[in-house]
Ligand binder design. Structure first.
Ligand SMILES: Nc1ncnc2c1ncn2[C@@H]1O[C@H](COP(=O)(O)OP(=O)(O)O)[C@@H](O)[C@H]1O
Ligand SMILES: [Mg+2]
Length: 315
C-alpha cells in the first residue's frame, strides 16, 4: 500500500497525566479522503496536532511521506496544511496579506496567480482587502482554509471543518475538498458527525477514548453504522410477542406497551410492510410509530463492546 502518512504505536499523555492517545497505528493512503470519526474528547485533535508537530508524542513514530516528524520536522511540515478547529486570526491584517504571509512562512516564493485562484475558489476574492476583524465567522473560516492551502501542501488536515458552519460554506468546502483530492492532495478530516464522514470520506477511522477502534472503507462501515430502529406504540399492552412474529427479533418494552424493531436501512426494504401486516394478522394494533437512526453514542457503545482485544482491527 502506498501510504503518505504512517503512524505507529502513537501515544500521548498530557502533563496532567491524562492519556489522550493509546498506541494508535494508522496508515493514510496517498490521495484519499480519510475521516477520523469520534465523539468529543476522543483524541482527534490531539492526533492531528501530533502529526502536524504542534504537540509532542509521548511514544511512537509518525512519518509523513517518509519524513520523520521529529527528526525531519521542516520537510514533514512543509507537506501539510492544517485548518484548525478553533478560529484564530490576526485581526488587523487583510485577507490577502494574511494568506501571502502564511505562504512565506513555508519559504515558498510569492505566486499571486495561485493565491488569486485560491481566494476565488473560496469566494474570498471580493474580500481580499478586508481586515479579518471585519469578516463574519464563516468568512474567517474560509481565510483559515486559504491559509492552510497557501503553500500548496500535499496533505490537508481539516479539524471539525463544518462544526458551526453555514450550509453555503459547507457546500463550497466539500467542492474544494473534492477538487483537491482530484488534484492529488490527501485530505484528512475529523468529525463527530456520521453524516459528514459518510458524505465525504473514502475511508473512515473510528476513534474513542484515545484508541483507534477500526478503520474501514466507507461503504463497509456505513453498513455497520446505518442501523435503524422502528418503535411502535401499541394501542393496548401485550404480555408477550406472538410466535408468528418471532422472525423479526422484536423487543417488547417495559409494561408491554411498545415494540421495537431494529433493521438495516438499505437491505430490508419490504420488512416493515411485512411486519405491519403480520402485526395486524396477530391482532395487535398500534397507536403510533416512529423510526430513529442509531445515534453516534449508541454506535460507539456497540462498537466498543464488540471490540476485539487490543491491536485488532486498527489496520
Ligand atoms: N493540553 C491538554 N492537557 C490535558 N488534557 C488535554 C489537553 N488537550 C486535550 N486534552 C484532553 O484530551 C482528550 C482528547 O482531546 P482532543 O484531542 O481535543 O479530543 P477531540 O478532538 O476528539 O474532541 C480530552 O479529554 C481533552 O480534555
Ligand atoms: Mg477536537
Amino acid at each position: 500500500m502506498d501510504s503518505i502518512i504512517s503512524i505507529s504505536a502513537l501515544s500521548k499523555t498530557y502533563a496532567s497525566g491524562f492519556s489522550a492517545l493509546k498506541g494508535v497505528d494508522l496508515d493514510i493512503r496517498r490521495g484519499e479522503i480519510f475521516a477520523l470519526l469520534g465523539p468529543n474528547g476522543a483524541g482527534k485533535t490531539t492526533l492531528i496536532s501530533v502529526v502536524c508537530g504542534l504537540v509532542n508524542a509521548s511514544a511512537g513514530t509518525v512519518r509523513v511521506d517518509g519524513h520523520d516528524i521529529v527528526r525531519d520536522y521542516r520537510a514533514a511540515r512543509a507537506l501539510i496544511g492544517l485548518v484548525p478547529q478553533e478560529l484564530t486570526t490576526d485581526a488587523f491584517e487583510t485577507v490577502w496579506n494574511t494568506v501571502s504571509f502564511s505562504r512565506g512562512l513555508f519559504g515558498k516564493p510569492p505566486d499571486p496567480a495561485y493565491l488569486e485562484q485560491l481566494l476565488k475558489d473560496l469566494s474570498l476574492w471580493a474580500k481580499r482587502d478586508a481586515k479579518l476583524m471585519m469578516l463574519s465567522g464563516g468568512m474567517k473560516r474560509r481565510v483559515l482554509i486559504a491559509k492552510a492551502l497557501s503553500h500548496e501542501p500535499r496533505i490537508l488536515f481539516l479539524d471539525e471543518p463544518t462544526a458551526g458552519v453555514d450550509v453555503e460554506l459547507r457546500r463550497d468546502m466539500w467542492q474544494l475538498v473534492r477538487r483537491l483530492r482530484d488534484s492529488g492532495v490527501t485530505v484528512i478530516l475529523t468529525t463527530h458527525y456520521i453524516e459528514e464522514a459518510e458524505e465525504m470520506a473514502d475511508r473512515i477511522g473510528v476513534i474513542a477514548k484515545g484508541a483507534l477502534i477500526l478503520v474501514e472503507d466507507k461503504a463497509a462501515l456505513m453498513k455497520k453504522l446505518g442501523g435503524k430502529q422502528l418503535t411502535l406504540q401499541l394501542a393496548a399492552p401485550i404480555e408477550e410477542i406472538p410466535s408468528a412474529l418471532a422472525r423479526y427479533g422484536l423487543a417488547l418494552g417495559k409494561g408491554g406497551g411498545t415494540l421495537v424493531y431494529r433493521y438495516e436501512a438499505e437491505t430490508e426494504d419490504n420488512a416493515i410492510a411485512d411486519l405491519l401486516q403480520d402485526l395486524a394478522a396477530a391482532g395487535i394494533a398500534f397507536a403510533d410509530l416512529h423510526t430513529t437512526q442509531r445515534s453516534l453514542e449508541e454506535i460507539f457503545v456497540s462498537l466498543v463492546s464488540e471490540r476485539e482485544p487490543a491491536g485488532e482491527g486498527a489496520r
